[in-house]
Write a protein that binds this ligand. Structure first.
Ligand code: BGC
Length: 705
């Protein structure tokens, strides 16, 4: 790789010890960064600070804007909004003195159980790529380095530091890699490796993935860092292409930097023993003395160390860190609050509605449920946020309603496991009640006398642990059933990391999915419930009963003998449901609107653009997400998905008006990866479907390739 003369000269001027200090982390003297490089004072290389991501900037003990979860962002199907959210997070990182953001998370949602699905975008690679690219561009537009993670096939938390994802080259290329490729094409300055192995090799030791694919084939010029305590070898990792060991300090040093010297990493309850590598299961300081010795022994070329340093310094130069041209940034501004609210609102998906929504301003509303009196900021783990200000769902409804609003929790609080309660102690009271204080009967009574009941339910997920099943935790299903029996105008707002089972869905009047909406929870939910905004969100994941998803055999998930076989191949998400003709509960792309749309006059305007006229036939202004899918021709001996999502365009359409909409079709939907010939476009006729979801195709055309 060619580096600028300045970087090449700088690297040449450094001693071996100085270079080594730039390729593994150190304790942050301020205790605010998640990862820290001290720089080299002698030659004027400043420090570099890295902070988590991806739902906002997390610096211990400090607040920041708590943006909606990544899956909610993807549910907006609005890349421009994603760019704006990325830029806002970038400005907040600057305000907190952080140079690198540890995000976006963009692993494909392979199994619905994964505890981090809320940190990821979608089960579809094209949609994931669109949001990966937009967020990277947004963050970096503020001169903050983005770090797409976790490269690659980190699709579950169970045994995440041990499992090998055994996945075909075709599935890697068609499904798991494209999001990362899109992030690289968008100019990502850094990349974080996954904890897991891929086809037997730990990702940080994976020469083919890190050097041959990422750096050589994709021409990635940034630096590759390990996940925290995720560097397992010195020689293997250095020669594979890892550039930076993180955090590069021992767990004791990390606790000391948090000003908690008495706490050991092993004291923290991460839910399962394999969740975080400890110095016993994975090394730390692999790129300190051991790398020095490996270079002396001729096991790692000195040129490799120079390249690591040049890559890191190269990004520091590119983003102005080297010249101390840092933006001051800003935090918790009215604009950032507005973006957080806009994403939460637009990402809210109307799953069912028998006409009860939008609510009448004057309706008396009984708000019920354990998730209603807290703002759902996210799941547990490294993405946990502390907001300056947050609006619980019930407060947003109270603020908006012109009727009487009552609140009854109904069932005990559902606790989200938190890393940071373990580290810093939980001194905050979450929720209103202890188990003894709440009763389903109180909620039923409140619902019976109200015009409408709004039940707000949640799941509870965290990094380092998968969900055991897709049921709502605690007695929330019973609560919904009981309230629905008491009031036939019952609306359920689901706040979840991804798909959950909704066994009562036929017994309620409406179901709304609001994910983890972040600090603007109540405002966003209220504006959708009352119809101030159209229900604009669409599902970036399929909702189905647990047994209907792919990868239901133990060897596929959670794995046997630390091996997870991805033998469903490319049939992930809706591709599986199409292939097996299984009925999803709600298909990929689904989301109702308060308006109604008619599609007509579909045509290809060129090889990659489909054009359609969409008319809003209702009396309300609406927002439509026009989705395009490609149906590849059948080729002998090749199993291809029935349809592949190819692109989307979201449009606001005033009542009664028509608009012409162009959707660009992603090349990925046409190509397939052939294990011997590489990327292949089979010649033939490709169907092009345009509609409201993967199962609600409205018009069809075609194109030849
Ligand atoms: C997570 C990463 C995170 C890192 C630093 C790890 O446990 O997997 O996503 O960026 O910690 O907090």
């Amino acid at each position: 790789m060619d580096h600028s003369d300045r970087i090449a000269d700088l690297v040449e001027s450094l001693t071996r010890a100085e270079k080594l200090a730039l390729v593994h982390g150190a304790p942050d003297p301020d205790g605010t960064a998640t990862g820290y490089l001290p720089g080299v004072d002698r030659v004027g290389v400043p420090e570099l600070k890295l902070a988590d991501g991806p739902l906002g900037v997390r610096t211990p003990g400090q607040a920041a804007t708590a943006f909606p979860a990544s899956i909610a962002l993807a549910a907006t199907f609005d890349d421009e909004l994603a760019r704006r959210q990325g830029a806002a997070i970038g400005r907040e990182a600057n305000a907190r003195g952080q140079d690198v953001l540890l995000g976006p998370g963009l692993n494909l949602i392979r199994v619905p159980h994964c505890g981090r699905n809320f940190e990821y975008f979608s089960e579809d690679p094209v949609l994931t790529g669109a949001f990966a690219g937009a967020v990277v561009e947004g963050v970096q537009s503020e001169d903050v380095v983005a770090t797409p993670k976790h490269f690659v096939a980190n699709n579950q938390e169970t045994k995440r530091t041990r499992v090998s994802a055994d996945v075909s080259e075709r599935a890697l290329r068609e499904c798991y890699l494209p999001g990362f490729r899109a992030a690289v094409d968008a100019g990502a300055g850094a990349m974080m490796t996954a904890y897991n192995r891929v086809n037997g090799t730990h990702v940080s030791d994976h020469h083919r993935l890190l050097t041959e694919i990422l750096k050589d084939e994709w021409e990635f010029e940034g630096f590759v860092m390990s996940d925290w305590f995720g560097t397992e070898t010195t020689v293997g990792a250095a020669n594979a292409g890892l550039d930076l060991e993180m955090p590069g300090i021992t767990s004791e040093e990390m606790m000391e930097s948090f000003d908690m010297p008495d706490l050991e990493l092993s004291d923290i309850d991460f839910g399962n023993a394999d969740a975080l590598p400890t110095p016993e299961t994975a090394g730390t300081r692999m790129f300190a003395e051991p790398l020095d010795e490996a270079i002396d022994a001729g096991e790692v070329p000195e040129a490799r160390l120079d390249d690591m340093v040049a890559r890191i310094l190269g990004q520091m130069e590119r983003f102005g860190v080297l010249d101390d041209e840092r933006n001051e940034g800003e935090i918790d501004t009215p604009e950032h609050r507005k973006i957080a609210e806009a994403v939460a609102t637009r990402g809210t998906v109307l799953l069912e509605n028998d006409g009860v929504l939008p609510l009448d301003d004057h309706a008396d509303v009984a708000v019920v449920g354990p998730a209603a009196n807290v703002a759902m900021l996210g799941g547990g783990g490294s993405s946990e946020m502390t907001a300056f200000d947050e609006t619980p769902t019930v407060d947003g409804i109270r603020e908006r309603s012109r009727g009487t609003v009552t609140y009854a929790q109904g069932v005990p609080e559902i606790e989200i496991p938190s890393f940071f309660d373990d580290i810093f102690g939980d001194d905050e009271e979450d929720g209103d009640g202890e188990p003894g204080d709440v009763a389903i009967d109180d909620a039923v009574e409140a619902a019976r006398t109200a015009d409408v009941a709004v039940v707000v339910v949640q799941d509870a997920t965290t990094e380092a642990e998968d969900r055991d099943d897709l049921r709502l935790p605690g007695d929330q299903d019973d609560l919904v059933e009981a309230v629905a029996a008491a009031n036939d105008r019952t609306v359920v707002v689901v706040q979840s990391s991804g798909p959950v089972e909704l066994p009562w869905r036929d017994d309620v009047a409406a179901v709304v999915e609001s994910w983890y909406p972040g600090q603007a929870d109540g405002d966003a939910v209220a504006s959708v419930l009352y119809g101030d905004a159209d229900a604009g969100g669409r599902l970036p994941v399929t909702f189905a009963p647990e047994s209907a998803y792919p990868a239901t055999e133990p060897h596929q998930y959670p794995g046997v003998d630390d091996e997870v076989r991805y033998d469903e191949g490319v049939f992930v998400g809706y591709r599986h449901f199409d292939d097996t003709d299984a009925e999803p509960t709600y298909p990929f792309g689904h989301g109702l609107s308060y308006a109604e749309f008619d599609y007509r006059d579909v045509e290809m305007v060129d090889d990659e653009t489909v054009r359609v006229t969409v008319e809003n036939t209702s009396a309300r202004d609406g927002r439509e997400v026009v989705q395009a899918y490609v149906r590849p021709p059948r080729v002998a001996d090749v199993d291809r998905p029935l349809r592949e999502f190819a692109g989307h365009t979201a449009v606001e359409i005033p009542a009664g008006e028509s608009v012409t909409v162009d959707v660009t079709l992603d090349d990925l939907a046409f190509r397939r990866y052939d294990e011997s010939d590489g990327w292949t476009v089979d010649p033939g006729a490709y169907g092009v479907e345009v509609g409201r979801s993967s199962r609600d195709v409205r018009v069809e055309t075609g194109v030849s390739r």
